[in-house]
Design a protein around this ligand. Structure first.
Ligand code: FMN
Length: 193
């Protein structure tokens, strides 16, 4: 893969919130995503992250309907015909003395890229209902729930756009395209020596 291909994959790897229905994603698909995350960098190589894979319809529905989707979109909420096909729950194993938040970011991006390379789409959900997760999956106190990752096939158009007036809130335009403002290079490269 060259730089151009990699950049295209990263640009395509967006968080989506409107998913196609009746798209079967099996545990093997999810395991392949975790198998990529498994070999990413980890602070002190402690690897404290663990995962629960969820494809059973009733669990997926419960997770989707109790998470908070798109805080910036005040006139939209996810309907039942937009819910994802599967979920990954990312956990920190507290018995391992690592740096879970750093590792979680690394892992999430790896899962996102791996998903896109398989024509799947994802959404990170810090707002996943942790109590619901504990009850559904018998998660004991050794684990801290870090992140939900919805997995499915996107049913929306998403575009990266420029940040104007320093406003990074995502929005939907008149054509219903989900627009995600990203700061440009001069805004984020604050030193060149
Ligand atoms: C750690 C993390 C937590 C997130 N939690 C949520 C969430 O609870 N609900 C939601 O709708 N989106 C959530 N998102 C998605 C962000 O809103 C999204 O990344 C942002 O709008 C930029 O879009 P992009 O991922 O396509 O670049 C989360 C993203 C990250 C990285």
């Amino acid at each position: 893969m060259n730089y151009k291909n990699l950049k295209q994959l990263v640009q395509k790897s967006r968080c989506t919130r409107r998913f196609k229905q009746n798209q079967k994603i099996d545990l093997n698909d999810l395991e392949e995503l975790i198998d990529v995350a498994r070999v990413t960098s980890s602070a002190k190589n402690m690897q404290p992250l663990k995962y629960i894979l969820v494809t059973k319809e009733q669990f997926v529905k419960k997770l989707a309907t109790t998470a908070k989707w798109a805080a910036h979109l005040t006139n939209w909420s996810q309907s039942e015909d937009e819910i994802p096909s599967a979920f990954i729950i990312m956990l920190n194993d507290k018995r391992i003395d690592g740096f879970p938040m750093f590792d979680a970011g690394v892992s999430f991006e790896a899962i996102s890229l791996a998903a896109n390379s398989k024509d799947l789409d994802i959404c990170a959900l810090a707002s996943i209902d942790k109590q619901v997760c504990k009850e559904l999956f018998d998660i004991d106190d050794n684990f801290e729930i870090l992140l939900g990752i919805a997995v499915g096939i996107s049913n929306e158009k998403i575009e990266l756009v420029e940040v104007t007036d320093n406003n990074t809130n995502y929005y939907r335009d008149k054509q219903d395209t989900h627009c995600v403002p990203k700061r440009d290079l001069p805004q984020i490269v604050v030193g060149k020596y």
